[in-house]
Write a protein that binds this ligand. Structure first.
Ligand SMILES: [Zn+2]
Length: 130
């Protein structure tokens, strides 16, 4: 588990203070490799590359988490409308939001800050912090 002191100001702003990275800025947005997306803070498994899709919204998007327990859901009424915030089910780090305009089979779009994620490439073993 990373401590607050180990995080950059941008990582703190997003993961601990529910911030949002600029669209199209994330290192993992265009990531196409086969592998696993983990939580930056606690390394828990969150998403697999098979469920990643290009939503055109500027943030890494997935249609399904690795398990029901992987994600915690909270109502978010900021920006004067209702959204569903998603956090790491293990450590509560802010990930992004989930919307109901995703592709089959779930119809969901888990819209995640690249900064909140670590990608582990299962073929090369490379590990990339978002
Ligand atoms: Zn976590």
């Amino acid at each position: 588990m990373k401590t607050k002191e180990q995080l950059t100001p941008e990582q703190q702003r997003i993961c601990l203070e529910q911030g949002t990275e600029l669209p199209f800025s994330g290192k993992l947005l265009q990531q196409q490799g086969l592998g696993l997306y983990r939580c930056l803070l606690c390394n828990s498994r969150l998403f697999v590359s098979d469920t990643k899709f290009d939503a055109g919204c500027g943030w890494p998007s997935f249609y399904q988490p690795v398990s029901e327990q992987a994600i915690r859901y909270l109502d978010d009424y900021s920006l004067s409308r209702h959204r569903t915030e998603i956090r790491c089910g293990h450590c509560d780090s802010h990930l992004g939001h989930v919307f109901d305009d995703g592709p089959p089979p779930t119809g969901l779009r888990f819209c995640v800050n690249s900064v909140s994620l670590i990608f582990e490439n299962q073929e090369s073993g490379e590990i990339i912090e978002g």
